[in-house]
Write a protein that binds this ligand. Structure first.
Ligand SMILES: [Zn+2]
Ligand SMILES: [Zn+2]
Length: 364
Protein backbone atom coordinates (compact mmCIF):
# COMPACT_ATOMS: atom_id res chain seq x y z
CA UNK A 1 0.00 0.00 0.00
CA UNK A 2 1.08 3.58 -0.56
CA UNK A 3 1.90 5.61 2.54
CA UNK A 4 3.59 8.92 3.31
CA UNK A 5 6.59 7.96 5.44
CA UNK A 6 8.53 10.46 7.55
CA UNK A 7 12.08 9.14 8.01
CA UNK A 8 13.73 12.32 9.26
CA UNK A 9 12.63 15.66 10.61
CA UNK A 10 11.38 17.81 7.74
CA UNK A 11 11.29 14.92 5.25
CA UNK A 12 8.26 12.98 4.02
CA UNK A 13 7.83 10.83 0.91
CA UNK A 14 5.47 8.30 -0.59
CA UNK A 15 6.65 4.71 -0.18
CA UNK A 16 5.19 1.31 -0.84
CA UNK A 17 4.65 -0.54 2.46
CA UNK A 18 3.48 -4.09 3.13
CA UNK A 19 -0.25 -4.63 3.30
CA UNK A 20 -1.03 -4.44 7.06
CA UNK A 21 -3.07 -6.98 9.02
CA UNK A 22 -5.29 -6.07 11.99
CA UNK A 23 -4.37 -7.60 15.35
CA UNK A 24 -6.61 -8.47 18.29
CA UNK A 25 -9.33 -5.88 18.76
CA UNK A 26 -8.27 -3.93 15.67
CA UNK A 27 -9.92 -3.11 12.38
CA UNK A 28 -8.43 -2.45 8.97
CA UNK A 29 -9.75 0.55 7.07
CA UNK A 30 -9.60 1.63 3.49
CA UNK A 31 -8.84 5.28 4.18
CA UNK A 32 -11.21 7.63 2.35
CA UNK A 33 -9.80 10.91 3.65
CA UNK A 34 -7.64 12.31 6.41
CA UNK A 35 -7.22 15.79 7.77
CA UNK A 36 -3.81 17.45 8.00
CA UNK A 37 -3.52 18.76 11.55
CA UNK A 38 -1.07 21.02 13.38
CA UNK A 39 0.08 18.01 15.39
CA UNK A 40 1.20 16.28 12.17
CA UNK A 41 3.05 19.46 11.28
CA UNK A 42 4.67 19.71 14.74
CA UNK A 43 5.95 16.15 14.47
CA UNK A 44 7.11 16.66 10.89
CA UNK A 45 9.07 19.70 12.11
CA UNK A 46 10.53 17.81 15.06
CA UNK A 47 8.74 19.68 17.87
CA UNK A 48 7.20 16.50 19.29
CA UNK A 49 9.51 13.51 19.71
CA UNK A 50 8.40 10.29 18.00
CA UNK A 51 10.28 7.22 16.77
CA UNK A 52 10.94 7.14 13.00
CA UNK A 53 10.36 6.02 10.33
CA UNK A 54 6.75 6.84 11.04
CA UNK A 55 3.53 7.25 9.09
CA UNK A 56 1.76 10.38 10.35
CA UNK A 57 -1.93 11.22 10.01
CA UNK A 58 -4.49 11.05 12.80
CA UNK A 59 -7.70 12.49 11.34
CA UNK A 60 -8.70 9.50 9.29
CA UNK A 61 -12.09 8.40 8.03
CA UNK A 62 -12.63 5.24 6.08
CA UNK A 63 -14.53 2.07 5.39
CA UNK A 64 -13.89 -1.18 7.26
CA UNK A 65 -12.15 -3.69 5.01
CA UNK A 66 -11.40 -6.41 7.57
CA UNK A 67 -11.64 -6.99 11.31
CA UNK A 68 -9.14 -8.67 13.61
CA UNK A 69 -9.84 -11.35 16.24
CA UNK A 70 -12.22 -10.35 19.02
CA UNK A 71 -13.75 -7.37 17.22
CA UNK A 72 -17.46 -7.22 18.01
CA UNK A 73 -18.71 -3.79 17.04
CA UNK A 74 -17.59 -3.57 13.40
CA UNK A 75 -18.10 -5.42 10.17
CA UNK A 76 -16.68 -4.89 6.68
CA UNK A 77 -18.39 -2.01 4.92
CA UNK A 78 -18.97 0.11 8.04
CA UNK A 79 -18.23 3.84 7.81
CA UNK A 80 -15.74 4.92 10.47
CA UNK A 81 -14.33 8.10 11.97
CA UNK A 82 -11.06 7.39 13.84
CA UNK A 83 -11.03 9.38 17.05
CA UNK A 84 -7.74 10.45 18.63
CA UNK A 85 -9.28 9.36 21.93
CA UNK A 86 -8.74 5.65 22.56
CA UNK A 87 -10.26 5.14 26.01
CA UNK A 88 -10.02 1.60 27.38
CA UNK A 89 -13.51 1.83 28.87
CA UNK A 90 -12.38 0.15 32.08
CA UNK A 91 -9.98 2.37 34.01
CA UNK A 92 -10.87 4.95 36.69
CA UNK A 93 -11.00 7.81 34.16
CA UNK A 94 -12.92 5.94 31.47
CA UNK A 95 -15.52 4.77 33.99
CA UNK A 96 -16.17 8.37 34.93
CA UNK A 97 -16.67 9.38 31.29
CA UNK A 98 -13.23 10.93 30.89
CA UNK A 99 -11.90 8.74 28.09
CA UNK A 100 -9.57 11.51 26.96
CA UNK A 101 -7.68 10.98 30.23
CA UNK A 102 -7.58 7.17 29.95
CA UNK A 103 -4.90 5.73 32.22
CA UNK A 104 -4.10 2.95 29.78
CA UNK A 105 -3.14 4.98 26.72
CA UNK A 106 0.26 6.53 26.02
CA UNK A 107 0.47 8.81 23.00
CA UNK A 108 3.32 9.32 20.57
CA UNK A 109 4.98 5.96 21.19
CA UNK A 110 4.54 5.13 17.50
CA UNK A 111 3.16 1.76 18.58
CA UNK A 112 -0.27 0.23 18.84
CA UNK A 113 -2.02 -0.13 22.21
CA UNK A 114 -0.35 -3.51 22.84
CA UNK A 115 3.12 -2.00 22.40
CA UNK A 116 3.87 -3.58 19.02
CA UNK A 117 3.86 -2.13 15.51
CA UNK A 118 1.60 -2.97 12.60
CA UNK A 119 3.37 -1.39 9.62
CA UNK A 120 6.40 -2.73 7.81
CA UNK A 121 8.44 -2.59 4.64
CA UNK A 122 10.08 -5.97 4.23
CA UNK A 123 12.12 -6.50 7.41
CA UNK A 124 11.86 -2.89 8.44
CA UNK A 125 9.48 -1.86 11.22
CA UNK A 126 7.50 1.34 10.56
CA UNK A 127 5.81 3.28 13.35
CA UNK A 128 2.23 4.63 13.38
CA UNK A 129 1.05 7.97 14.74
CA UNK A 130 -1.82 7.91 17.26
CA UNK A 131 -2.86 4.30 16.51
CA UNK A 132 -3.93 5.48 13.04
CA UNK A 133 -1.18 6.42 10.60
CA UNK A 134 -3.83 7.61 8.19
CA UNK A 135 -1.49 9.25 5.64
CA UNK A 136 -1.78 5.89 3.90
CA UNK A 137 -4.23 3.98 1.74
CA UNK A 138 -4.95 1.52 4.56
CA UNK A 139 -4.98 2.04 8.31
CA UNK A 140 -5.04 -0.32 11.28
CA UNK A 141 -7.08 1.17 14.10
CA UNK A 142 -8.07 -0.16 17.54
CA UNK A 143 -11.78 -0.91 17.73
CA UNK A 144 -11.96 1.24 20.84
CA UNK A 145 -10.92 4.47 19.10
CA UNK A 146 -13.05 3.80 16.02
CA UNK A 147 -16.52 5.32 15.80
CA UNK A 148 -19.12 3.94 13.42
CA UNK A 149 -21.11 6.71 11.74
CA UNK A 150 -24.22 6.86 9.56
CA UNK A 151 -23.68 5.25 6.19
CA UNK A 152 -25.50 8.13 4.47
CA UNK A 153 -22.87 10.68 5.60
CA UNK A 154 -20.32 11.72 2.95
CA UNK A 155 -17.27 10.34 4.72
CA UNK A 156 -14.65 12.55 3.07
CA UNK A 157 -16.29 15.60 4.66
CA UNK A 158 -16.02 14.19 8.18
CA UNK A 159 -12.23 13.97 8.53
CA UNK A 160 -12.06 16.91 10.94
CA UNK A 161 -14.27 15.08 13.42
CA UNK A 162 -11.41 12.71 14.20
CA UNK A 163 -9.39 15.46 15.92
CA UNK A 164 -9.46 19.18 15.24
CA UNK A 165 -13.15 19.93 14.77
CA UNK A 166 -14.22 17.63 17.60
CA UNK A 167 -11.62 19.25 19.86
CA UNK A 168 -13.06 22.70 19.19
CA UNK A 169 -16.71 21.68 19.37
CA UNK A 170 -16.06 19.63 22.49
CA UNK A 171 -14.28 22.51 24.23
CA UNK A 172 -17.36 24.74 23.97
CA UNK A 173 -20.05 22.03 24.19
CA UNK A 174 -18.64 19.37 26.54
CA UNK A 175 -15.61 20.58 28.52
CA UNK A 176 -17.00 24.02 29.31
CA UNK A 177 -20.56 24.15 27.95
CA UNK A 178 -21.32 27.72 26.91
CA UNK A 179 -24.66 29.09 28.11
CA UNK A 180 -27.26 30.64 25.80
CA UNK A 181 -26.69 34.39 25.71
CA UNK A 182 -23.06 34.15 26.87
CA UNK A 183 -20.15 36.21 25.60
CA UNK A 184 -17.24 34.11 24.33
CA UNK A 185 -13.69 35.04 23.37
CA UNK A 186 -11.70 32.65 21.18
CA UNK A 187 -7.99 33.32 20.76
CA UNK A 188 -6.73 31.83 17.50
CA UNK A 189 -9.12 31.26 14.61
CA UNK A 190 -7.53 28.38 12.74
CA UNK A 191 -9.45 25.14 12.32
CA UNK A 192 -9.74 24.45 16.05
CA UNK A 193 -10.63 28.02 17.02
CA UNK A 194 -13.31 28.25 14.33
CA UNK A 195 -14.71 24.96 15.64
CA UNK A 196 -14.88 26.42 19.16
CA UNK A 197 -16.82 29.37 17.74
CA UNK A 198 -19.17 26.94 15.94
CA UNK A 199 -19.75 25.05 19.16
CA UNK A 200 -20.41 28.26 21.10
CA UNK A 201 -22.83 29.43 18.42
CA UNK A 202 -24.66 26.09 18.47
CA UNK A 203 -25.01 26.52 22.24
CA UNK A 204 -26.63 29.92 21.69
CA UNK A 205 -23.82 32.31 22.64
CA UNK A 206 -24.79 35.93 21.99
CA UNK A 207 -21.30 37.40 21.53
CA UNK A 208 -18.59 35.63 19.58
CA UNK A 209 -15.35 37.59 19.85
CA UNK A 210 -12.68 36.19 17.52
CA UNK A 211 -9.02 37.06 18.16
CA UNK A 212 -6.13 36.42 15.78
CA UNK A 213 -3.03 38.09 14.42
CA UNK A 214 -3.90 37.45 10.77
CA UNK A 215 -6.64 39.66 9.30
CA UNK A 216 -7.49 37.01 6.69
CA UNK A 217 -8.34 34.52 9.44
CA UNK A 218 -10.56 37.04 11.19
CA UNK A 219 -12.26 37.77 7.88
CA UNK A 220 -12.90 34.05 7.46
CA UNK A 221 -14.49 33.85 10.93
CA UNK A 222 -16.78 36.71 9.98
CA UNK A 223 -17.59 35.27 6.56
CA UNK A 224 -18.61 31.99 8.18
CA UNK A 225 -20.93 33.86 10.54
CA UNK A 226 -18.81 32.82 13.50
CA UNK A 227 -17.76 36.22 14.84
CA UNK A 228 -19.89 39.09 16.08
CA UNK A 229 -16.68 41.02 16.77
CA UNK A 230 -13.07 40.54 15.77
CA UNK A 231 -9.85 41.70 17.41
CA UNK A 232 -6.57 41.89 15.50
CA UNK A 233 -4.07 40.95 18.19
CA UNK A 234 -1.18 42.30 16.11
CA UNK A 235 -2.48 45.86 16.39
CA UNK A 236 -5.05 45.93 19.20
CA UNK A 237 -4.86 45.38 22.97
CA UNK A 238 -6.89 42.18 23.31
CA UNK A 239 -7.80 42.49 26.98
CA UNK A 240 -8.71 46.19 26.82
CA UNK A 241 -10.83 45.62 23.72
CA UNK A 242 -12.72 42.71 25.26
CA UNK A 243 -13.30 44.76 28.40
CA UNK A 244 -14.70 47.66 26.40
CA UNK A 245 -16.87 45.33 24.26
CA UNK A 246 -18.37 43.86 27.44
CA UNK A 247 -19.11 47.08 29.29
CA UNK A 248 -15.97 46.75 31.42
CA UNK A 249 -17.03 43.42 32.92
CA UNK A 250 -15.13 40.90 30.81
CA UNK A 251 -16.40 37.94 28.81
CA UNK A 252 -18.14 34.89 30.31
CA UNK A 253 -15.82 32.39 28.60
CA UNK A 254 -12.45 32.50 26.90
CA UNK A 255 -10.83 29.68 24.92
CA UNK A 256 -7.13 29.74 24.09
CA UNK A 257 -6.66 27.80 20.87
CA UNK A 258 -3.11 29.11 20.38
CA UNK A 259 -1.12 28.30 23.49
CA UNK A 260 1.68 30.73 22.64
CA UNK A 261 3.54 32.60 25.39
CA UNK A 262 1.12 35.11 26.89
CA UNK A 263 -2.11 33.98 25.24
CA UNK A 264 -3.47 32.09 28.24
CA UNK A 265 -2.77 35.13 30.45
CA UNK A 266 -4.75 37.23 27.95
CA UNK A 267 -7.63 34.78 28.14
CA UNK A 268 -7.60 34.91 31.95
CA UNK A 269 -7.59 38.72 31.97
CA UNK A 270 -10.33 38.85 29.32
CA UNK A 271 -12.95 36.99 31.37
CA UNK A 272 -15.12 38.50 34.08
CA UNK A 273 -14.86 37.54 37.75
CA UNK A 274 -16.34 34.05 37.92
CA UNK A 275 -15.62 33.52 34.22
CA UNK A 276 -14.20 30.37 32.66
CA UNK A 277 -10.97 29.89 30.71
CA UNK A 278 -10.09 26.77 28.73
CA UNK A 279 -6.69 26.02 27.24
CA UNK A 280 -7.04 23.77 24.23
CA UNK A 281 -4.25 21.30 23.86
CA UNK A 282 -2.08 23.10 21.39
CA UNK A 283 0.37 24.76 23.74
CA UNK A 284 4.05 24.42 23.15
CA UNK A 285 5.61 22.75 26.14
CA UNK A 286 7.79 25.72 26.95
CA UNK A 287 6.97 28.51 29.29
CA UNK A 288 3.99 27.61 31.40
CA UNK A 289 1.66 30.32 32.57
CA UNK A 290 1.98 33.25 34.94
CA UNK A 291 -1.23 32.91 36.91
CA UNK A 292 -2.07 35.93 39.05
CA UNK A 293 -3.48 34.80 42.41
CA UNK A 294 -6.00 37.61 42.14
CA UNK A 295 -7.64 35.86 39.20
CA UNK A 296 -8.38 32.87 41.41
CA UNK A 297 -9.70 35.01 44.26
CA UNK A 298 -11.99 36.60 41.69
CA UNK A 299 -13.32 33.07 41.20
CA UNK A 300 -12.06 32.59 37.67
CA UNK A 301 -11.88 28.97 36.59
CA UNK A 302 -8.85 28.04 34.51
CA UNK A 303 -8.72 24.60 32.96
CA UNK A 304 -7.86 22.78 29.76
CA UNK A 305 -9.04 20.02 27.50
CA UNK A 306 -7.63 16.99 25.74
CA UNK A 307 -9.35 16.44 22.43
CA UNK A 308 -12.39 18.47 23.50
CA UNK A 309 -13.02 15.99 26.34
CA UNK A 310 -15.56 14.21 24.18
CA UNK A 311 -16.77 10.66 24.56
CA UNK A 312 -16.18 9.74 20.91
CA UNK A 313 -18.86 7.07 20.54
CA UNK A 314 -21.47 9.41 21.93
CA UNK A 315 -20.44 12.82 20.60
CA UNK A 316 -19.05 12.12 17.11
CA UNK A 317 -22.36 10.63 15.87
CA UNK A 318 -24.11 13.69 17.37
CA UNK A 319 -21.75 15.98 15.44
CA UNK A 320 -22.46 13.99 12.26
CA UNK A 321 -26.20 14.50 12.82
CA UNK A 322 -25.64 18.26 13.22
CA UNK A 323 -23.62 18.27 10.00
CA UNK A 324 -26.30 16.39 8.05
CA UNK A 325 -28.92 18.77 9.46
CA UNK A 326 -26.96 21.64 7.91
CA UNK A 327 -25.89 23.10 11.27
CA UNK A 328 -22.13 22.41 11.05
CA UNK A 329 -20.17 23.95 8.19
CA UNK A 330 -17.44 21.33 7.94
CA UNK A 331 -16.75 22.22 4.31
CA UNK A 332 -15.92 25.78 5.38
CA UNK A 333 -13.30 24.42 7.78
CA UNK A 334 -11.73 21.80 5.55
CA UNK A 335 -11.12 24.20 2.74
CA UNK A 336 -8.60 22.46 0.50
CA UNK A 337 -8.29 18.90 -0.78
CA UNK A 338 -5.00 17.25 -1.75
CA UNK A 339 -3.85 13.92 -3.11
CA UNK A 340 -1.49 11.85 -0.93
CA UNK A 341 1.42 12.77 -3.22
CA UNK A 342 0.84 16.42 -2.30
CA UNK A 343 1.38 15.85 1.43
CA UNK A 344 4.49 18.06 1.48
CA UNK A 345 2.50 20.89 -0.08
CA UNK A 346 -0.36 20.31 2.37
CA UNK A 347 1.99 20.62 5.36
CA UNK A 348 3.62 23.70 3.88
CA UNK A 349 0.25 25.38 3.21
CA UNK A 350 -0.79 24.72 6.82
CA UNK A 351 2.51 26.12 8.12
CA UNK A 352 2.13 29.28 6.06
CA UNK A 353 -1.53 29.78 6.90
CA UNK A 354 -2.71 29.35 3.29
CA UNK A 355 -5.46 26.96 4.38
CA UNK A 356 -7.69 26.65 7.42
CA UNK A 357 -7.46 22.90 7.19
CA UNK A 358 -6.34 20.65 4.38
CA UNK A 359 -7.69 17.19 3.76
CA UNK A 360 -6.04 14.34 1.86
CA UNK A 361 -8.55 12.47 -0.29
CA UNK A 362 -8.07 8.93 -1.55
CA UNK A 363 -11.41 8.50 -3.27
CA UNK A 364 -10.97 10.65 -6.35
ZN1 LIG B 1 -4.95 16.65 15.33
ZN1 LIG C 1 -9.25 3.93 30.24
Amino acid sequence: MRAAVCREIGQIAIEDLDEPTPGDGEIKLRVVATGVCRTDLSIFQGHLPVPRPIVLGHEGVGVVEAVGPGVTRFAPGDSVVCSIIAGCGECFQCRRQSSALCENVTFYTGKMLDGTTRLSKGDEEIYSLSFQASFAEKAIVPERSAVRVRSDAPLHKLAGLACGVSTGLGAAMVRDPVEAGASVVVIGTGGVGLSVLMGAKLRGAARLIAVDRLPAKLEKARAMGLATETIDASTEDVVATVQSLTGGRGADHAFDAVGAPGTLEQAIDAVRPGGHVVLIGLASNEGGVALASGALLRQKTVTGTMGGSIEPRRHIPEFVDLFLAGRLDLAGLMDRAYRLEEIGQALDDLERGRVTRGVIRFDD
